[in-house]
Design a protein around this ligand. Structure first.
Ligand code: ADP
Ligand code: MG
Length: 323
């Protein structure tokens, strides 16, 4: 059985994953604290997410996928603020020092850490029910972060990618026992390997008026933007980019409902004033993530969905709620 110190050394303080000292990271893993230096003109963005086995990912899931996903979903919060990653800290609670699990998990973390230049800065390791807490630290130009509170009536609402894929994927992964390998790989990609839109978020800071990443579901997350901005919004249902597998396998209304309420896609929702709209579209196209215009911010106080004839339609559930 590995000791806590051996786990940290072998799995976490490893090349490629652990931070090497530089301009921002003054001191990484090993001492009582990590030391970060925030360059002048920058501010530190921090976000913490906790993933509980059996709640946020299935018990028994491939540890490599769990590790990869744990980091990228936190990076998505940095993307939504327009921040560039500096590094992350890890709080890991494990039922046992299972070496195979730890190797897979740290390999998944390392892949994401390298891909998105976000090294491991430190953490804590304890025994208990499997729980992963990640705090990401990023840098913004001071005063330039994208906030949820900046939307104004008349702004256009844009979304990247397509919606409902992760919610559909996890339903299939949990509900279908015998799955073809290629189908499994596709669904695992959708749920476990979402793409944090870091480059677009960073480029869009200063262009967009507000932004959020879609973790709870489009209606719920747009609702957060509206509440904090003191606005409403109108969505054109015909413009919602419904994920292709949903269109193929679900009745049209069910596909649309899942695209509106299913979480875990980690696409970006951005609002933008008319003067900057073309700049946002051009940025998205340049970065290979053309955003889709799905609606407009209003001076109301609710998110309304309109069908092709302009008639309001309501959807029951809106977003995942823990309590
Ligand atoms: P302390 O008892 O002072 O909390 P620890 O033994 O918990 O110290 O941690 C020793 C060092 O190892 C610290 O630098 C801490 O940041 C790092 N560390 C512990 N657990 C992890 C982990 N899961 N991932 C990364 N670094 C870790
Ligand atoms: Mg500790």
């Amino acid at each position: 059985m590995l000791s806590e110190f051996e786990i940290i050394q072998a799995c976490f303080n490893q090349p490629g994953l652990a931070a090497v000292p530089g301009d921002v990271v003054r001191l990484g893993i090993g001492d009582d604290c990590t030391l970060l230096s925030v360059p002048s003109g920058k501010e530190l963005a921090m976000s913490l997410d906790t993933l509980v086995a059996g709640v946020h990912f299935p018990e028994g899931a491939d540890p490599m996928l769990v590790g990869y996903r744990a980091l990228v979903v936190s990076l998505s919060d940095l993307a939504a603020m327009g921040a560039e990653p500096a590094g992350f800290t890890l709080g890991l609670t494990l039922p046992a020092a299972d070496q195979d699990w730890l190797e897979g998990f740290s390999a998944g973390l390392k892949e994401a850490a390298l891909a998105f230049r976000c090294p491991l800065l430190g953490g804590d390791t304890t025994r208990g029910p499997l729980t992963i807490t990640i705090q990401v630290h990023g840098l913004n130009d001071a005063g330039k972060a994208i906030l949820r509170s900046g939307a104004r009536p008349g702004d256009a609402v844009y979304v990247t990618g397509s919606l409902g894929n992760a919610a559909f994927a996890i339903r299939e992964l949990l509900g279908t026992e015998h799955m073809h390998d290629s189908a499994r790989a596709r669904y695992e990609q959708a749920f476990y390997r979402p793409m944090p839109k870091l480059a677009l978020g960073h480029a869009a800071a200063g262009v967009v008026s507000a932004g959020i990443d879609i973790s709870d579901g489009l209606l719920a997350d747009l609702g957060h933007v509206c509440r904090l901005s003191g606005t409403g919004a109108q969505l054109a249902l015909a413009a919602i980019p419904v994920g292709v597998p949903l269109q193929e396998y679900l009745p049209q209304q069910e596909a649309l409902a899942l695209a509106l309420t299913g979480g875990d896609d980690y696409e970006l929702l951005l609002t933008v004033s008319a003067v900057h709209e073309q700049a946002l579209v051009a940025l998205g196209e340049m970065l290979g993530l053309p955003p889709v215009r799905i609606g407009v911010i209003t001076d109301g106080d609710a998110v309304e969905c309109l069908d092709a004839s302009g008639k309001p339609v309501t959807f029951a559930a809106s977003g995942y709620r823990h309590f």
